[in-house]
Design a protein around this ligand. Structure first.
Ligand code: ATR
Length: 273
């Protein structure tokens, strides 16, 4: 195989962990290629992407603020990306862009690996937050069999918008009811940035959440957030946020490099450093 070029586009992009992940796999599998972080300002999106096509890139990941704008530049966007309303992975073929989204896969794959016998379908799943990450996670939960999702968000209109895309399964609750709605739930996920180092804490009381429920957080700095510490204290299974980042990268890597890589403890340590 000839040298394969891939990368991630965003603005800003210097914080991205994706180069560490993909370059680790390139080395692990002895492949010829590289993966770069590419800063493209919003006003330069088309020119920036055209340059990648001209340079023979196999494709790229897409992050903030381009996940919606990139739709317009794609020749095709698959059903998953349409349902989530965002493209995070692009394959370039014959100079054309094909968009997909691997975030829902990354989230569910991580939870299934980390939590024994996790139950998405028999009891409600509670989702905190209604931003871009929530949309991907809700899509993943529904694909994984969720029958009822209770969505709560500080701005209720945003939760209602997300619910209207997934009628019958997603129910909206007020943000000040976030502790009460945990009664009888089988799964809880925080999709907001609350609890991240430097951000406000996530205040929630888990006493109504069953002891056999699973709790997950997409925040991974700190790795064990206050939410997860509280959940574990009550004897519940927890799933940290780093795995979603690692697992969403796997199908993207496979599309460009032709190998489905796996997540090792060594890679996880590298990314957390
Ligand atoms: P992402 O794409 O990472 O999900 P986002 O779209 O900016 O990021 O969404 C951030 C989420 O965190 C939103 O659900 C946001 O709530 P609002 O819709 O009310 O803005 C939530 N969030 C951010 N700061 C918050 C705070 N101080 N209290 C409660 N929720 C907060």
């Amino acid at each position: 195989m000839s040298f394969v070029k891939a990368g991630v586009i965003g603005h800003p992009i210097h914080h991205s962990k994706s180069p560490i992940i993909h370059n680790h796999w390139i080395a692990e599998h002895g492949l010829e290629g590289d993966y770069k972080a590419i800063d493209i300002a919003p006003e330069n999106l088309k020119a920036g992407v055209d340059a990648l096509i001209a340079e023979g890139y196999a494709g790229f990941n897409v992050t903030i603020p381009h996940k919606q704008e990139i739709f317009k530049l794609c020749a095709e966007v698959d059903e998953t990306a349409k349902a989530i309303g965002a493209v995070n992975t692009v394959v370039i073929r014959d100079g054309k862009l094909f968009g997909t989204n691997t975030d829902a896969f990354g989230f569910i794959e991580n939870v299934k690996r980390e939590a024994f016998g996790v139950d998405f379908s028999h009891r409600p799943c509670v989702v905190l937050g209604a931003g871009g990450a929530a949309r991907a996670i809700i899509h993943g939960l529904i694909e994984a069999g969720a029958q009822k999702i209770i969505l709560t968000n500080r701005t209720i209109e945003k939760a209602q918008d997300v619910a209207s895309l997934n009628n019958n399964i997603v129910e909206v609750a007020a943000w000040d009811k976030r502790s009460e709605i945990l009664d009888g739930a089988g799964f809880l996920v925080n999709t907001t940035a609350l609890g991240m180092t430097g951000k406000e804490p996530l205040t929630i009381d888990l006493s109504a959440l069953p002891a056999d429920a699973t709790v997950s957080d997409i925040v991974y700095a700190p790795l064990t957030t206050e939410l997860l510490a509280q959940a574990r204290h009550g004897g519940r299974q927890i799933v940290t946020g780093i795995g979603m980042l690692l697992h969403q990268a796997r199908p993207a890597f496979e599309k460009w490099f032709g190998v489905l890589p796996d997540v090792s403890a060594e890679l996880e340590q590298k990314v957390l450093r």
